[in-house]
Every structure is written in structure tokens, then in C-alpha cells.
Design a protein around this ligand. Structure first.
Ligand code: ADP
Ligand code: ASP
Ligand code: MG
Length: 860
């Protein structure tokens, strides 16, 4: 390949920043070389900004605190050998320039005791991580080595402590053509250090932990670069820290303000100070993964795609300290807050969140901004105590929802608020720029809470993961070992037949029996489960009942009508009867017919004891917590009406003994839509240990709730892992049979709902697509906020150029089947297909507005 022609002085700059993991191996350095060459080939000058090798800044920080010189030099020797090993792997000559940096570090570490430990000395020591890595890189890339301190100048801010000025300094940069021209003289590919700058006196200062991003941004602004690319160990900014929430979604595009808010509220992937310099000169910033450069990343810029409001991210900051200040009638006293805040200023502490009441003001201090030490805090508390009563609450974590237009999304946060309601929330704050909503909780609960809250945001649609213009795949979909490819849904191969059926009448449910059978067989293959019952409330269509009977399934019924349907369609299938708050007559009739009845309250035994004399019965218990994607599908825990509380178990068993009823079945069912295979072994273990206390028990029924992936990026339930988990418990409790009772899992995907487009309408920025199915046909979206895939079957495969709200014909504002769906532009008469409608679709349909019930049809 021939050498590219020299670049003109006016050639644009591209700044590439590589973080610690990106500069620690030979393979990554080769990627850096390729990327720099590719940008150069685009016709740009390249400035590479590097961090220290991963962990190096921590090592140097440790050395600063080490008093013993021998110990320090032992660490120095390890630093030497780590860089020497990388240099050798990169094929560099032994006496390369990085050795000079190593010598200067050695000199610092052995310097006169007077300098040691002082802040300027600490800054100089810690700067060596970046000095070393950039020197190695310059050699390997054949690039010009630039000392960042010659270009980036720190400005001391009023009220900044010396510590902040030295270790977390502030830069002010504006585009400067003269600097750009001077750097252009140095070469076409330059390499420099992140994290370091110089102050007015020429001393080395640091930009705060993670500050290399900020260096890159300041260089980007100074050079008015075409873009700044941040290369790291994840493909971009995600909707939550992907190391904590594997289901977090890639954020494809963000504007500066939203990205800033996500960075400030805790997403470590970008240093919070690195966006400010890029905003005014409108330099775009990309985030990309050095290990997998081909993956799409995040693009941050001035323009964002137009879309409905959505929560974009859930961030978390730990190390938050709350200072609660109490004083009677504080608002009446002019200047009270001024007095209070003067104390914070005096101690160099910046305040972040504020909550106020008549007699209390609570504020938060963020440890990252404040470099908090307990001395500063104690001194503050002592001073404040003169004007008010002070309480320090720590350690806390601030959990923040970020998204433009947060206030218009409050109605979608119901589930999230319910979850937070069970925690101690110390402070809630809604930002005045309408970009964030923050909850401060005890730090100890935050890690466990985060994935749950993220799941609730996804399920409520507050985080609109299906808007592919905003959100990319989940982290686990990108990084986890590729799951077995999901087969295409059955209806894709049946389009012509479905369109014919729709031509006869809509709204119309179609059930595909081969899919039901395939699901049934997949479950029957689980060796650990002895008996399966289909929870027929999901869909009592007789064709489904007899198909499942033929596959060896029993039937689980919750009302007399369901028992009738079961007897009619599958007379020989074993039946369970598990009603809830049913009248006495239901139990009497079922017992007379010889059904196995399960109770979940004391009332039936207390009031109608004679009915149960000499009978075998089941007992459904509440294990104290529920699971599921929505409050209304959780069937355990004190907020749910199901199950006997464990505190009543002894009394129930005593009553049963007195009456002469034998408890042969112990049952629990905690909720629906569960994709975590470890859930059921957990329930099984709890029931089994309870079961040992009941001498008459034969079987444990661990319920259903087996979930199906509802959104792109969700992994299907791992049935093999489920079987293995159940098998383990079974080996410990071989005396009990194991039963399960799925509903939705067996029939949901087998069913689709066909509807016809009635009318189209635009209102403000929203486009409505009206169809002849509605909440009377499919209630789940309105009742649970359930999400169903919706496609235009008539225009299958056409470009998705429209963003629709899909609504029905019922006179209710809640008559919405899907929000913000990107679909082809539709016309009246098009056939729309709604997926996963085989469960709780027709079964819940009503004649509301007297619109009639949908048609049902079975495909063999
Ligand atoms: P570098 O060393 O390249 O600067 P960092 O460790 O500073 O990398 O930042 C990348 C890390 O940021 C990721 O590995 C991830 O653990 C963390 N992180 C926290 N929040 C987020 C988020 N919302 N999106 C992406 N990464 C995040
Ligand atoms: N090396 C510095 C740190 O670890 C800066 C950075 O990597 O961004 O904090
Ligand atoms: Mg970083």
C-alpha cells in the first residue's frame, strides 16, 4: 500500500481516547494502530489520548500513601516489570523513551522527605501512569509524543480547596486555531496523556479519577475536532451500568444534556466533566469498544432523534452523604439558608440534591465531587450545630432516572415506585431541568435494587426499549455467548392463510396447535417434574385442552365453569381445583365430584369444616414475596390476596387434623413472566422444607409463571438449567412428587390476534393507528401494561417509517394496544397482527361497549 499524501494544515482533527484496559495489551495496541491509520486515511490528523495501564493510577496512589522508601521502591520495581513486559510484547527496543519516565518516577519516590506526601508531589507521582503509557505508545505507533501539560492549562476556581486544585483541577478551553496549527506542525499522528495538565505556576495537576476523558474532550474543543472518540471496554453508554444490569440497553444517540445528566449521575463510562467543553463548538463524541470495534456505539451530539419521552438511563452513585438540618420555623427566618450554605462553602463542600420542609432541609454531598474526608464532615457538622440540629445519614446511594421530559412519564413509574416504597427512601428530588428524578436510599440495598428497577422500567414501557432509533441491543445480547438462534415465529410461514382468515372477520384469534404441542413436549422433557397441569384460565378453548390432554397434561381449574370445560374436553385428564375467595357452594360441588381442592385461607376449614371431613386437600401458602413484571401479576407477598400466610400454617394444620382432612398437596405460585430459571428451585426448596412438617403430604406444586421473552434482547427461560436446579432439590426430598402448572408458557406464542385498520389520525406530534380490536378483545396492555409485538401483516417487511400509537375502538382513553411502535405507514383495511395473544387474550375478552366477542379459530 502506498503512503498517503501529506495532509494540508487545514485537515480536520480526530481525537481518539483509549482507557486503561485499552492500552494494557498488545492486541489492543494493534487495534489502536489500525484505528489511527483508518482515521488518517479519512484525511484527518489524529491525536491519541491515553490513560495509564489499567490499575496503574491506583498503584501510584497507593505508593503516595506508603511511607517506607524500600516498600515504595518495591512497587516501583513492579511498575517497571509490567511496562517492560508490555514493551517487549510490542517489540520495542529495550532503551526506549518510556525508560526516561520510569527514571523520573524513581527520582520522585526517593526525593527528600519534605516534598513527600505533599499534594504537588502526589500529583507528579500519579501523572506517571499516563506519562509511561503514552511514551510506550509513541514508540509503538511511531507517533509524535506530546506533553499534554504544554497545552492544557488548569484554572483555579474560587472556593476550591488546594486538594481539588491539585488532584481534580478544572480546565477552561475554547477552540484555538493557533494551537491547532502549532500541533499540526508536529506531525499527522500525535499521542498524548489523559488525566494531566499544568497549573498557572507550571506545576503538574490531575483532572480527577477517570479524568482522561476530560483531557480528550478539551483537546477536541481546542482543535475544534471533527469528533472525539472514547474507546473503552463497553460498546457505549448503556441504560444502566451493564456490569450490574446485564439487560441494560445500548443508547444509540444522545444529546449533550441527556448524556451529561447520565454521566453526572453515575455512569462511569464518561467522566462528568468531559461534555461541557464540546457543547459550544458542537464537537460530537462517540463511545466505542476497543475489543470489538465493529459494534455500533453511542453517538453524542447536538441533535437527538425526535421520539416520545422515555427514561434513557438508570444511574447510581454510591458514597452519598446526607446532611439533615432541623430547625423550627426555618423558612420564616430571613437568611437561614444563606447561613447554612455559608458553612458548606467554608468547608469546601458542594451540595448536590436538596429537599426542604417547614422545619427540615436535607442536602446531599457527593463524594466524587467533594473528595470527602471524615474530618471535613465532622468540622461541618460542628459548625452547623450552632444554627440547627444536624443529622448525618451515610453511606447512601442516589439512584437516578434520566430522560428528557421526566414529568410526563410519572404515570409509567407506578411499578418502580411500588418497589421503592418497600425501601427506606431518604430523599426524592426532581431536577428543575426536567431531566432527572433521584431517590436516595441506603447504600447497602442499592446493588440489589438496581436490576429490579431497570426491569420494571422496561416492562412498564417507561424505558422505550423497542424504539430502535434510541435503543440498541442489551449488553447480554451483545456480549453473552450467543444463545441458540430463536426460530422464526410460526405465523411468518402462515401469512397467506392468516390474511385469508382475516378477510372473513376481525378481530380474530388464531391458535396454532403444533406450537402448543411443541411447548408441551419441551416441558414434558424435564425429568425432574412428575406431573404437569395446564392452568386453563390462560385459554380454555376446547381444542387446546384436548391437545394438551393428548400430550399428557392435567388441567388446573379455578372456577366451576373451568371444571366443566375441562371435563367436557378432556374427561380423563387429572384435574386440580384451586379457587380463591370462592363461595362455599363451589367447594361443596367440587368435593362431591371428587376433585382435589386446594385452600388458601383458614376460613373454609373454620366455617365449613364438615365439607372437608375425611377428604384429601391441598394448601396454597404465601412464601412472603412475589415476583413478576407488574404489581398485578405478583401473586405472593402481603400485597397479594393469594395464599395462606405462613404465620397461619400451624393453625391450618391443627384445624385440618381436627376435622379429619388430610393435606396431601402443598402449593405456592409467586407470579408470572419469570425468565430466571433459579426461581422455581428456590420455591421448591422452601416448600419442601415446609412439607417435612406435614406428615400426610404427597406432592409439592411449585406453580407456573414460566415467562417468555417479550422484548428484543431478552433471553428465553433456560429449561435445561431449570431441570438441573429442580433435580438437585429433588435428590434431597425424593419423598415428594413435584408438580408444576404453567399456563401462558404453553399457549401464548401459539396465538395471534388479527385486527383491521379502521382509521388513522395525527394529533400534535403523535400518530394514531386505529384497529377494530381493543381492550375488549385483548385487555393485557391496559390491565398490566403488557407489551405485545405488533406488525402490519399486509405490509410485512416494508420499511418502518411511521411511529404509531395503536388504539382500539372502545370509549376509554386506556384503550391502547401498543405505544410508540415503528411500523410501515398503514392504510385503512390493512391487517395488523398482535403476537403472543394465545394466553389471557380471548379468555379475558368482554362485550364492553356491546362490541361483541372476537372470533376464535384453530390452525392444525
Ligand atoms: P476506561 O478505563 O476505558 O476509561 P471506565 O472503567 O472508566 O473505562 O468506564 C467504562 C465502564 O463504565 C464500563 O466497563 C462499565 O462498567 C461502567 N459503566 C457504568 N455505568 C455505565 C453505563 N451506563 N454505560 C456503560 N458503562 C457504564
Ligand atoms: N488513569 C486515571 C484514572 O485511573 C484517569 C483515567 O483513566 O481516565 O483515574
Ligand atoms: Mg474512564
Amino acid at each position: 500500500m502506498s503512503e498517503p499524501l501529506p495532509l494540508p494544515v487545514s485537515a480536520p482533527w480526530i481525537v481518539l481516547k483509549f482507557g486503561g484496559t485499552s492500552v494494557s495489551t498488545t492486541a489492543r495496541w494493534k487495534t489502536i494502530r489500525d484505528l489511527a491509520a483508518a482515521r488518517r486515511a479519512e484525511g484527518a490528523r489524529v491525536l491519541v489520548v491515553v490513560s495509564a495501564l489499567s490499575g496503574m493510577t491506583d498503584t501510584l496512589k497507593g505508593v503516595c500513601a506508603e511511607l517506607d522508601v524500600t516498600q515504595r521502591l518495591a512497587v516501583w520495581a513492579r511498575i517497571e516489570s509490567r511496562h517492560a513486559a508490555l514493551a517487549a510484547a510490542l517489540g520495542l527496543a529495550p532503551e526506549a523513551a518510556w525508560r526516561t519516565q520510569l527514571q523520573s518516577l524513581h527520582a520522585l519516590l526517593t526525593q527528600a522527605a519534605s516534598a513527600q506526601g505533599a499534594l504537588p508531589w502526589q500529583a507528579a507521582v500519579m501523572a506517571h501512569g499516563e506519562l509511561l503509557s503514552s511514551a510506550l505508545g509513541a514508540d509503538f505507533l511511531g507517533a509524535h509524543w506530546l506533553d499534554a501539560r504544554g497545552v492544557l492549562h488548569a484554572h483555579a476556581q474560587p472556593n476550591q480547596s488546594e486538594r481539588v486544585q491539585r488532584l481534580s483541577a478544572t480546565l477552561e478551553t475554547a477552540p484555538d486555531a493557533a494551537v491547532a496549527a502549532a500541533l499540526a506542525q508536529r506531525g499527522e499522528v500525535l499521542i498524548t496523556q489523559g488525566f494531566i495538565a499544568r497549573d498557572a505556576a507550571g506545576a503538574t495537576v490531575l483532572l480527577g479519577r477517570g479524568g482522561s476523558d476530560t483531557s480528550a474532550a478539551h483537546f477536541g474543543a481546542l482543535l475544534r475536532a471533527a469528533r472525539v472518540e472514547i474507546w473503552t471496554d463497553v460498546a457505549g453508554m448503556f441504560s444502566a451500568n451493564p456490569r450490574q444490569v446485564a439487560d441494560a440497553r445500548l443508547l444509540r444517540q444522545l444529546d449533550y444534556e441527556e448524556a451529561q445528566e447520565i454521566a453526572t449521575t453515575g455512569a462511569k463510562v464518561l467522566h462528568p466533566r468531559c461534555l461541557a467543553p464540546l457543547r459550544a463548538p458542537r464537537v460530537p463524541l462517540w463511545i466505542k469498544d476497543t475489543e470489538r470495534p465493529a459494534l455500533d456505539g453511542t453517538v453524542i451530539g447536538a441533535e437527538a432523534v425526535s421520539a416520545s419521552p422515555s427514561v434513557k438511563a438508570l444511574s447510581m452513585r454510591k458514597g452519598i452523604t446526607l446532611v439533615a438540618m432541623e430547625s423550627i420555623g426555618m423558612w420564616q427566618q430571613v437568611g437561614f439558608l444563606a447561613d447554612v450554605f455559608a458553612q458548606f462553602k467554608r468547608h469546601g463542600l458542594s451540595v448536590d440534591l436538596i429537599g426542604s420542609a417547614e422545619t427540615n432541609v436535607t442536602v446531599s454531598l457527593d463524594s466524587t465531587e467533594n473528595l470527602l474526608d471524615s474530618d471535613a464532615l465532622a468540622a461541618l457538622a460542628a459548625d452547623l450545630a450552632r444554627v440547627c440540629r444536624v443529622k448525618v445519614i451515610a453511606p447512601c446511594a442516589a439512584i437516578t432516572l434520566v430522560g428528557r421530559g421526566m414529568r410526563s412519564m410519572l404515570h409509567r413509574l407506578e411499578g418502580l415506585l411500588a418497589e421503592l416504597g418497600s425501601q427506606r427512601v431518604h430523599l426524592i428530588s426532581q431536577s428543575s431541568n426536567n431531566l432527572n428524578l433521584t431517590f436516595v436510599v441506603d447504600e447497602a440495598v442499592a446493588d440489589a435494587l438496581l436490576p429490579r428497577l431497570h426491569a420494571l422500567l422496561l416492562h412498564s414501557g417507561a424505558l422505550r426499549a423497542d424504539d430502535v432509533a434510541l435503543f440498541g441491543p442489551s449488553w447480554q445480547a451483545l456480549y453473552a455467548p450467543a444463545p441458540a438462534a430463536q426460530p422464526a415465529p410460526w405465523w411468518r410461514g402462515a401469512r397467506a392463510r392468516l390474511l385469508d382468515a382475516a378477510a372473513r372477520a376481525t378481530p380474530r384469534y388464531i391458535y396454532h396447535l403444533p406450537t402448543v404441542r411443541a411447548r408441551a413436549r419441551a416441558l414434558r422433557a424435564l425429568g425432574a417434574v412428575d406431573r404437569w397441569h395446564y392452568a386453563l384460565k390462560a385459554n380454555p378453548h376446547p381444542a387446546l385442552l384436548s391437545a394438551l390432554d393428548a400430550e399428557g397434561f392435567g388441567l388446573e381449574c379455578v372456577a366451576p365453569g373451568e371444571l366443566d370445560a375441562a371435563r367436557a374436553a378432556a374427561p380423563r385428564a387429572p384435574r386440580l381445583f384451586t379457587p380463591n375467595f370462592a363461595p362455599r357452594a363451589d367447594y361443596a360441588a367440587a368435593l362431591d365430584a371428587g376433585e382435589l381442592v386446594t385452600l388458601d385461607a383458614l376460613h373454609p376449614l373454620q366455617q365449613w369444616g364438615a365439607l372437608f371431613a375425611a377428604r384429601e386437600i391441598g394448601l396454597r401458602v404465601d412464601l412472603g414475596s412475589g415476583v413478576g413484571h407488574h404489581e398485578k401479576v405478583r401473586t405472593g407477598g402481603s400485597a397479594s390476596k393469594f395464599g395462606l400466610p405462613l404465620t397461619d400454617l400451624a393453625e391450618f394444620l391443627a384445624l385440618a387434623r381436627r376435622i379429619g382432612a388430610r393435606v396431601v398437596l402443598l402449593h405456592a405460585h409467586l407470579g408470572s413472566g419469570v425468565l430466571d430459571a433459579t426461581h422455581w428451585p428456590g420455591v421448591y426448596a422452601q416448600l419442601a422444607s415446609l412439607g417435612e412438617r406435614i406428615g400426610t403430604l404427597r406432592a409439592l406444586n411449585i406453580g407456573g409463571g414460566l415467562g417468555l421473552p417479550q422484548r428484543a434482547g431478552e433471553q428465553p427461560l433456560d429449561l435445561a438449567a431449570l431441570d438441573a436446579g429442580l433435580g438437585e432439590i429433588k435428590r434431597a426430598y425424593p419423598q415428594f412428587e413435584l408438580w408444576m402448572e404453567p399456563g401462558r408458557f404453553l399457549v401464548a406464542e401459539a396465538g395471534v390476534l388479527l385486527a383491521r385498520v379502521t382509521q388513522l389520525k395525527s394529533k400534535d406530534a403523535r400518530a394514531y393507528l386505529g384497529v377494530d380490536a381493543g381492550m375488549h378483545t385483548l385487555l393485557r396492555p391496559a390491565l398490566y401494561g403488557a407489551r405485545h409485538g405488533i406488525v402490519n401483516l399486509t405490509r410485512l417487511g416494508a420499511p418502518a417509517d411511521a411511529l404509531y400509537q395503536i388504539v382500539g375502538p372502545i370509549c376509554e382513553s386506556g384503550d391502547v394496544l401498543g405505544n410508540d411502535r415503528r411500523m410501515p405507514v398503514a392504510q385503512e383495511g390493512d391487517v395488523v397482527l398482535i403476537e403472543h395473544a394465545g394466553a389471557y387474550g380471548a379468555a379475558m375478552a368482554s362485550n364492553y361497549n356491546l362490541r361483541g366477542l372476537p372470533v376464535e379459530e384453530v390452525f392444525e
